[in-house]
Ligand binder design. Structure first.
Ligand SMILES: [Zn+2]
Length: 106
C-alpha cells in the first residue's frame, strides 16, 4: 500500500502519530471501533480526533486524475479499496471545469 500525506506544519509529533495510526487501518468493517480505540489511546474526544485528522490529507500515489494527474484524495481509510477498483478517475476540479463532460463512473 502506498499513501502520500500532506499535513499542516502546526501539527505536533503526537498528532502526526495519531494520523498515521488512523490511516494505517484498512478494514472498513470496524471503522467505529478503530476511532474509539484511537480516542482512548490518545485520551482525546471524537471532536478533537477529527479536528486533527482534517489537517492531515492522505493521497493514493497509484491512483491519479486521468486528466490533470492529481493524486486521489482520500476521506476515510475505507475509500482505499474502492478507489483502487476504479478503471479511471477524474478529480472534482476537472469534472466541474469540463462542465460534466468528464464522468467518474465511466
Ligand atoms: Zn484533474
Amino acid at each position: 500500500m502506498s499513501l502520500n500525506f500532506v499535513f499542516d506544519s502546526d501539527l505536533d509529533d503526537m498528532a502526526k502519530r495519531l494520523c498515521y495510526e488512523y490511516w494505517s487501518y484498512l478494514s472498513p468493517d470496524d471503522y467505529i471501533a478503530h476511532i474509539k480505540t484511537l480516542c482512548q489511546n490518545y485520551n482525546i474526544n471524537y471532536y478533537l480526533l477529527f479536528k486533527v485528522i482534517n489537517k492531515f490529507q492522505a493521497y493514493l500515489d497509484d491512483v491519479h486524475c486521468e486528466y490533470c494527474g492529481l493524486p486521489y484524495q482520500l476521506d476515510v481509510p475505507a475509500d482505499i479499496p474502492y478507489a483502487r477498483q476504479r478503471n479511471s478517475w477524474f478529480c472534482d476540479g476537472c469534472i466541474s471545469f469540463s462542465g460534466g463532460q468528464l464522468n467518474t463512473s465511466r
